[in-house]
Design a protein around this ligand. Sequence first.
Ligand code: SAM
Length: 221
Amino acid sequence: MSEFVQVNRKVFFAAADRNKDPILDQLRPYLDEAQLEVGSGSGQHVFHFASAYPKVVFQPTEYDTLLLASISAYSEELNQRHHRINTPLELDATKPEHWQRILEVGQQGKHESTQGCYDLVLVTNVFHISPWIVGQSIVRGAGQMLKSGGRLVLYGPFKKDGQFNTESNREFDQTLRGRDPSWGVRDMEEIDAVAKNEAHMSLARIVDMPSNNYMLFFEKQ
Ligand SMILES: C[S@@+](CC[C@H](N)C(=O)[O-])C[C@H]1O[C@@H](n2cnc3c(N)ncnc32)[C@H](O)[C@@H]1O
């Protein structure tokens, strides 16, 4: 993220502010009991979604531990008004022990011991700004975290059938790879192959979003 400001502990990303409402509109039918966010960034999204759905439990996570303080600052403001955002947890998606901790926290106070416990796993603007192994690990991890019938929801730029949807996204992909050769816009069919082969999930719905982005809804069997 290039455009950001910080006030006290709270980080503010301009992009997260622009896309929070279109994303929330698509999530509304699925905001059930327990939500897990991978790569919560500043915490703006979880703050926005929890503001709209005070009874839903949100579990933010973040890879960049410096951002955990920002997520906590947003969460504390809402939790003073009895909203339900859990303490943010560190998550490097490639580390099984981090997923295990998130599963244990989600299962606290519940009877099921081995089953997934989240209704939805949300991941916005992560797959293209991280190595492909991170995307693969997120799909596998989400397969373990979700209840049967739960959803993994991805937001961002993606290729469809190996093709870019716009010339600007082709250029964006080149820019990303120039910054880090392991980054890049991913193909939704390749993500779906991991979902089907390794996570008991499949791509059920594709929604066109503003700025040439997509929202991808994967459903767990
Ligand atoms: C552009 S930020 C998106 C933040 C937020 N989701 C948003 O939309 O504002 C990219 C995110 O990728 C995540 N990320 C990068 N590498 C990761 C990894 N190994 N495991 C989990 N998340 C990772 C970071 O958490 C970071 O917040």
